[in-house]
Every structure is written in C-alpha cells, then in structure tokens.
Design a protein around this ligand. Structure first.
Ligand SMILES: Cc1cc2nc3c(=O)[nH]c(=O)nc-3n(C[C@H](O)[C@H](O)[C@H](O)COP(=O)(O)O)c2cc1C
Length: 408
C-alpha cells in the first residue's frame, strides 16, 4: 500500500525516538522511500548515523546547509513528498507548528509544505494534558493536520503511566496508508468540495429589433472551461451563459440568457456564493428602444439612427452590494490597449478581488481562439502567466481560487 510513496519523517526530541528507527524499517518494508529530518533535540536520543543507515539516504538536520539548499533544500523537501510524518512529535514541535515558527529545518519544512501531515505525539501525560498543548493540538487539527495517538500506557521513562505514549510503528504505518488512500487524495482532487461558485460566460446579445442584435466575438470557451474545471474540483457551479455554440459543461447548472439585463438577473438569483467569476463579455450598451417590428429601409437612402443606453455593469453591481458580494470576486478585463492600467482601474472601481486581464487585440487571436495569455491583477500585485490553452488557464485559476479560499 505504500509502494513507491515518498515519505518525509520528521523526528523530534523525545524518548520515543527509539521507535522511529523501527518505524523507518516498517515503512521501507512496505515499499516507501523515507527521507528523515531530525531536530537537534532528537539527535540527543538517536544518531543521524543510525537513522541514515535505516533510510539508506542522506539525513537532513540543518536549515542553513549550503549543499542541501542547492540540492534538495527545505522547500523541495517539503513539497516533493506524498506525506510528512512527525514521529515522535514533541510538545515543543507541535507548539512551533501551531504558531508557524520555522527556526530549524524540521519546522521550516512543516511550514512550507502543502502535503498531508500526520502527527504522532509522544510526551509525558502532564505535558499532553497541559492546556497549552491541548490548544496547540486543536489549532493543528483545525489547520488540517492529521493525528495518530497518543495512546494510554506506561511511559518509557520514570515509571509514569497515562495518555501520551506514542502510537506503535505499525499503527502509524496503518494511519499513513489510510491517509494516502482516502482523505488526502480525495481532498487534493476535490479542493473546492462544499464551495458554491457562480460563473458567467460568453457574449450577450442586445436586440435592435426582432431579427437583429448587437454582439461581440466572445466564444465562451474560457468561461465554460472555468465552470468545467470548478465542477471537476468538487464545486457546486452555476454557469450563467450568454448565447454560445458550446455544449453545457458536465455537472454544472447552466442558466441560458441572452441580454446583459437577463444575465444580471440570473447572477443575482444564483448568489450568494463563495466565489463569483465574471468571465462573460457583457455588452456595454444596448439600443434605447428596441423596435417591436423589423426596421425597414424607408427608400430615402438614409440609414436609421440608433440611440444607445448603458447596460448594467454586472461585476460592479455585485462588487458594491454587500449582500451579494462573495468572499472572492474575480472579474475579466478584455482590452485592446493599456491592458494593465484598465485592469487596475477595474479592480478598484468595481471592487473586485482579482482581475484576469487579457489583450484581445485582433492580432492576439485570443477572442474566439483556444489559447489565452493572462495576467492576474490583484491588490498584492501582478502575476504574468505564460500563454496556454484556455483549459489550462481554467485549471490553474481554479487551483488558485482553492488555495485562496483555504487561507481565508
Ligand atoms: C530525557 C528527556 C526526555 C524527553 N522526552 C520528551 C517527550 O517524550 N516528549 C516531549 O514532548 N518532550 C520531551 N523532552 C523535552 C524535549 O526534548 C524538549 O522540549 C526539546 O526542546 C524538544 O526539541 P525538538 O522539539 O526541537 O526536538 C524530553 C527531554 C529529556 C531530557
């Protein structure tokens, strides 16, 4: 069950360190690759020599290790792994984890990781029962850290008994296997589970008379791809779609609309939500008085004159309405000039959190095409993304949304 899995084992300084040596054996017997990170404290109990002999790998002990930083480094150690196990986890290490302290290699790895973390506490029952420890454990659980143990029983030292014994190596192996199989994988695959997202897509059509309309070249490919990616990530998605030649994405509730006013009404009905992504190219204007009959040539040779009025601004309406505004409001800025300035202007004027800006000049081929080159403009700066498929932009944007929601 652990074949081919990469595990980083963080060993901190408790008497239960001796059991970590057996844990390494058990993990490796099951096909896992184990890399060990040792705190200074743990090296008082067992040696890197013994740990390295059992992992058959380098043992990582120093944060400021020039060789390791060039080779693996704490960031890669934190990320290039399927699971991090902390065994034994001392009261001290858990306190540092709970408070985001990163003053040695072990804690820096634990702070930098986005992988599942399994914590096996081991300490004296009085240390475990201390309100500070219990508070830290609660915090870590809320942060999504997983726990195995501690067990009740005899302490290794001093003949004391109670709750605080580290789980046995095989119990830790079983918990690691279960975590890798189910929870964490499902979580990783469905990072938007339980979230509601409203997305708009496509152009709007603004009627001139019963047979004519004003439109734009938006194909809806980008908005529809975002809806599909959000649904695949486990979100409950409502897609408000203007007139497009695309099939409805699977697993998405689609509301088909034609005009900007219909789109706004549908968005208002679909909200509130956790996130709104306004990707539609909404017409800025409509004809003031839509003709009830087809406008005919009158033989004078003079074209009819059309008067325009401004359409409602859907992004700004949602941005300024406290009752409607989601936690994360994302707008799109399709511009043909001064892309960045216009995007930054939209961000503040419309009270959006992010603007996905793209240059839709005819030469870029973005409008209606399959590729997109975007910049994400937010209060914290500008992120340039390389040119990629609209589907890839969608997947990346959805991942960024999921990461953002996790931090809120
Ligand atoms: C003999 C001895 C045994 C210890 N056993 C534990 C223990 O089981 N659990 C624990 O949380 N701390 C224990 N400590 C205290 C830790 O070693 C101490 O808090 C240390 O700062 C932990 O550092 P680290 O978390 O960076 O490894 C023990 C200390 C000594 C001297």
């Amino acid at each position: 069950m652990l074949t081919g899995k990469r595990i980083v084992l963080v060993i901190s300084g408790g008497i239960a360190c001796y059991k970590s040596l057996d844990l390494i054996r058990r993990l490796r017997e099951r096909g896992a690759r184990v890399r060990a990170v040792m705190t200074a404290g743990s090296q008082k109990f067992i040696t890197p020599l013994a740990v390295g002999a059992l992992t058959a790998d380098k043992v990582y002990t120093e944060l400021f290790d020039r060789e390791a930083e060039q080779d693996v480094g704490h960031i890669r150690l934190a990320r290039d792994t399927d699971l991090i196990i902390v065994a034994p986890a001392t009261a001290n290490l858990m306190a540092k984890m709970a408070h985001g302290i990163a003053d040695d290699l072990a804690t820096a790895v634990l702070l930098a990781t986005d992988r599942p973390v399994l914590v096996a506490p081991a300490m004296n029952p009085k240390m475990w029962a201390n309100p500070a420890t219990l508070r830290n454990v609660e915090t870590l659980k809320r942060d999504g850290r997983h726990f195995v143990g501690p067990n009740r029983g005899e302490m290794a030292e001093s003949g004391e008994a109670g709750l605080g014994r580290m789980s046995e190596p095989l119990e830790i192996v079983a918990a690691a296997g279960a975590l890798l199989r189910s929870g964490s994988q499902a979580e990783a695959a469905k990072p938007l589970a339980g979230r509601r997202i409203v997305i708009t897509s496509g152009p709007t059509h603004e009627p001139i008379d019963p047979v004519r309309y004003i439109a734009n070249r938006s194909s809806g490919k980008q908005g529809h791809a975002i809806a599909a990616a959000a649904a695949a990530a486990g979100a409950e998605v409502t897609l408000v779609a203007g007139p497009v030649n695309l099939p409805d994405p699977q697993g998405v509730t689609v509301v088909h609309v034609e005009t900007a006013r219909e789109m706004l009404a549908a968005v208002k009905t679909a909200l509130p939500a956790d996130v709104a992504v306004m990707a539609a190219a909404v017409a800025d204007w409509r004809v003031a008085s839509e003709g009830g009959q087809k406008i005919k040539k009158d033989g004078s040779g003079k074209p009819p004159s059309l008067e325009f009025v401004e359409n409602p601004d859907i992004l700004a309406t949602v941005g300024h309405d406290e009752a409607l505004r989601p936690k994360l409001l994302v707008g799109f800025a399709a511009e043909t000039q001064n892309v960045l300035e216009n995007a930054q202007g939209k961000l503040t004027r419309k009270r959006a959190d992010w603007i996905v800006a793209n240059d839709v000049s005819a030469t870029t081929g973005i409008m209606g095409g399959d590729a997109n080159t975007v910049r994400i403009v937010s209060a914290s700066g500008i992120e340039d993304w390389p040119s990629m498929d609209k589907q890839e932009v969608a997947v990346r944007l959805v991942q960024r949304i999921a990461d953002h929601l996790k931090r809120l």
